[in-house]
Design a protein around this ligand. Structure first.
Ligand code: AMP
Ligand code: MG
Length: 412
């Protein structure tokens, strides 16, 4: 039996970074930078007004109220032709370049213009309402680093720098295959008495989309040795990673296990964890392969603990694991001390702290608890229980961010 952490270390060691590619900003969301980003120019690129108002010399306002002669109006996107001299002002809009000679802006609310004269009602200090060139980012400085994940705001910052083609690691193509004679697709109109619907493929495809991978859907294969071998070989030749589900435990028809044994250097692991204890990992024709268990909850846990961090590493991300918080487990739980146990919980932030409650049936075939839940309560190896209200680590696979319309309308 391997420890979870050891197993993950071995999986991560086999996950090698994908090639570096240049992408447009439209393609870059969720990808990881492969090269540091150095600012090619200042942001803002020029010193400009933070307000609609009047560019002045601050010293002129020290004896406010004071009248100044307005030389011209400058909108955003235009440049003043005159300079501000003592006793004068230039009207500027937000984002307009600060005219030569001016050192501050008086906002329009503190002024009153009649014809070409403006009366300034307050004294301002030098620099008021001025956004300096480079005040956000300075030309030549390193703005983002290799391994940073590109979020919407990262993309906006890249745009502000004129970096329209960042260098990133490309998206992995991941082949997904469900196995088992009993498994039929979501569109099957009726189920015979021995059939169940394929939940693992939709689950894995969506988890992969969330990571930013491209899915190669290899469908469902029955427990047929030849067909399984073909499909797995197809996946290995066309994708960067293959993920199968089912057929890797001790059953007589656990063919995936047999075929993986023949096809490649795949190891069958018993990891000291629950669920997802039996799973396979290795390479087929040089392509990493995850042979996940059949039970859907095990699929999710094994994906989250092994495949997701491996994919993120291949994509070049620095951060590989979901965030964990410490919370109180209401009602407590008893667990097998020989395993790291992942219990499905609903975690909520109450009175400044996290509280979690087990959801529904904890058996590894009960998917609905995962849809209701938003976190795994992780009880480590060596611990047999968490007392009612006791501290537990919560691995957040979804942050609770819901505030119903009625609550928002109520000002909550
Ligand atoms: P196995 O690992 O093939 O023995 O499967 C373990 C359990 O998971 C069995 O009850 C299977 O019917 C179920 N299972 C296998 N594959 C899927 C799937 N794609 N969707 C839903 N359940 C599955
Ligand atoms: Mg099976």
């Amino acid at each position: 039996m391997r420890l979870l952490e050891e197993a993950r270390r071995d999986v991560l060691a086999a996950a090698t970074p994908l090639p570096i590619v240049e992408v447009t900003l439209d393609e870059a969301l969720q990808l990881a930078l492969a090269v540091d980003v150095v600012a090619p120019h200042d942001v803002p690129p020029f010193t400009n007004s933070a307000m609609d108002g009047y560019a002045v010399q601050a010293i002129d306002t020290s004896r406010a109220p004071v009248r100044l002669k307005v030389l011209e109006d400058v909108a955003a996107g235009h440049v003043a032709t005159a300079s501000v001299e003592p006793g004068t002002a230039i009207k500027v809009m937000t984002g307009a370049p600060i005219p030569d000679g001016a050192d501050s802006v008086v906002k329009v609310e503190d002024t009153n213009q009649i014809a070409d004269e403006v009366s300034i009602s307050i004294a301002v200090e030098r620099g008021t309402a001025i956004r300096r060139a480079g005040g956000d980012l300075v030309a030549g400085s390193t703005v983002f680093h290799v391994g940073d994940t590109l979020t919407p705001t990262h993309l906006a910052v890249l745009a502000s720098l004129g970096v329209g083609h960042p260098m990133v690691r490309r998206r992995p193509v991941v082949a997904v295959l469900s196995t088992g004679d009993e498994v039929v697709g979501v569109d099957a109109e009726t189920l015979s008495p021995s059939q169940i619907r394929d939940t693992n493929r939709p689950l894995l495809k969506a988890l992969l989309a969330e990571v930013g991978a491209t899915v190669l859907d290899l469908g469902i294969v029955g427990d047929d040795a030849r067909e399984l071998r073909n499909r797995i070989e197809q996946g290995a030749s066309q994708a960067d990673v293959v993920i199968t589900s089912g057929g890797v435990s001790m059953g007589e028809y656990d063919l995936v296990k047999q075929i993986l044994g023949e096809l490649g250097s795949v190891e069958f692991w018993k990891v000291a964890m629950q669920p997802a204890k039996p799973f396979a990992f290795g390479t087929v024709a040089g392509t990493p392969l995850f042979g996940l268990p059949g039970n859907p909850v095990s699929v999710m846990v094994a994906f989250e603990q092994f495949a997701r961090p491996a994919l993120l590493k291949m994509m070049g991300h620095r951060a590989l694991l979901r965030p964990r918080v410490t919370g109180r487990l209401m009602g407590g739980v008893s667990t097998d001390p020989a395993k790291t146990v992942f219990s499905r919980v609903v975690a909520t932030f109450v009175d400044g702290g996290w509280e979690a409650r087990l959801v529904g049936e904890q058996a590894s075939n009960v998917l609905s608890a995962l849809a209701i839940g938003n976190a795994f309560a992780v009880v480590p190896l060596g611990q047999a229980e968490v007392a009612d209200g006791g501290a537990v680590e919560l691995e957040m696979f979804r942050w609770p961010s819901i505030r119903a319309f009625e609550e928002v309308a109520d000002g909550q």
